[in-house]
Design a protein around this ligand. Structure first.
Ligand code: SAM
Length: 286
C-alpha cells in the first residue's frame, strides 16, 4: 500500500512542508500489514460508522473505508488537511475534520455523521493522550467496539487481572464497561519516526451491561482509593481515601463482613469483590 510506503510518505510530506511533531504523538505506520490487520480486526462492515482519531496520512483511514459504511476521521494537525485531501479526499464514505478529539462531543458527531450505522472506534492513537481519550470514548457509552493501537505497557494495564503488577484503577474502569482483548504487538520499526516502545493493538467490546451491579460513582471512588496507595493494606488505603467520611474501624468491619482478611490489599480484589465492598461501605455512608 502506497500510504505506508516510506519513500512515498516522505516525498508526500516534504512536498507539503510537513515535519513530525512529537508533542502530537506523530508516529506514522510504514508497514502495510499493520493498518490492514487493525481494520480487519475492528470487524467494521457496511453497517458500521467508524470514528478514527488521528488519521495522519490516512493509511488506516483508507483500509477502514474499504470495509465500513462511513469513516469519520478527526485530525488535530491542520498541516495534514491538504495531505489527507490528496490521499483520502476522493473516498466517498470518508469525512476528515480538523478537530482535537479532546474538544469533540462524541454524541454530536455520532448523530451528525453515523445515522443508521452502529458506531465504533478504530485508531492508531497518539500516545500522549491514550488514557484520557479512551476514558472519554468509554464514558460516552456510544461505541460498540473500540479497536486501537496503544503502547504495550498501557495495553497490558487495560487487559490485566487481579494479583498482577499491571492491575489497577484504569484497567478496572475499562473492564467494567467492555470485554478486553490484547490482539497483537507491533514493533517500533513499523513506524516513522520510530517510537522507543513496542505497541499493541487491543479490542474492546461493550458489555451488554456493566460487569457488576453497583453504585458506579462510589465503586470508582473505592477503586481509586484502593490503588492510590497500592502498597498499603486495603483498610489503610480506604481510610486515607475516605477520611472525614468513614472511620477506619467502620471500613475494617466492612472488609471483614465481605469475607476478606484484615490485611487484604486492593490489588487482589476482582470487580465483583470491589462491588461487594462498595455495597457494604455505601450502607455505612448513608
Ligand atoms: N493513523 C496514522 C498512522 O497510523 O500512521 C497516524 C497515527 S499517529 C500515532 C497519531 C495521529 O493523531 C497524528 O496524525 C496526530 O497529529 C493525531 N493527533 C494527535 N493528537 C490528536 C488529538 N488530540 N485529536 C486528533 N488527532 C490527534
Amino acid at each position: 500500500m502506497e500510504l505506508t510506503d516510506y519513500n512515498f510518505i516522505m516525498a508526500l510530506l516534504a512536498r507539503h512542508g510537513f515535519h513530525f511533531s512529537k508533542a502530537k504523538g506523530q508516529n506514522f505506520l510504514i508497514a502495510s500489514w499493520v493498518p490492514e490487520r487493525i481494520a480487519a480486526e475492528s470487524g467494521a462492515d457496511e453497517g458500521t460508522g467508524v470514528l478514527e482519531i488521528g488519521p495522519g496520512v490516512g493509511c488506516l483511514t483508507a483500509e477502514l473505508a474499504k470495509r465500513a459504511g462511513k469513516v469519520l476521521a478527526l485530525e488535530i494537525d491542520g498541516r495534514l488537511m491538504p495531505v489527507l485531501a490528496e490521499t483520502v479526499g476522493a473516498l466517498e464514505n470518508v469525512t476528515v475534520l480538523n478537530r482535537d478529539v479532546m474538544d469533540a462531543d462524541p454524541a454530536a458527531l455520532v448523530s451528525e455523521h453515523f445515522a443508521g450505522l452502529s458506531p465504533a472506534v478504530c485508531a492508531n492513537l497518539p500516545y500522549n493522550i491514550t488514557t484520557p481519550v479512551l476514558t472519554k470514548l468509554i464514558a460516552s457509552g456510544l461505541f460498540g467496539t473500540i479497536t486501537v493501537m496503544i503502547q504495550r505497557e498501557v495495553a497490558r494495564r487495560v487487559c490485566a487481572g487481579p494479583n498482577t503488577a499491571d492491575y489497577g484503577a484504569f484497567g478496572i474502569f475499562v473492564d467494567f464497561y467492555y470485554h478486553t482483548e490484547l490482539l497483537f504487538d507491533v514493533p517500533p520499526d513499523c513506524f516513522e519516526p520510530r517510537p522507543k516502545v513496542t505497541s499493541s493493538v487491543i479490542k474492546l467490546t461493550r458489555r451488554e451491561r456493566p460487569a457488576a451491579e453497583t453504585d458506579e460513582k462510589l465503586f470508582f471512588q473505592v477503586v481509586r482509593a484502593a490503588f492510590n496507595q497500592r502498597r498499603k493494606t486495603l483498610v489503610n488505603a480506604l481510610s486515607s481515601g475516605f477520611s472525614g467520611r468513614l472511620e477506619k474501624a467502620q471500613i475494617a468491619r466492612c472488609i471483614a463482613a465481605c469475607g476478606f482478611s484484615e490485611t487484604v490489599r486492593g490489588e487482589t480484589l476482582s470487580i465483583q469483590e470491589f462491588a461487594r465492598l462498595t455495597g457494604a461501605l455505601g450502607r455505612k455512608l448513608r
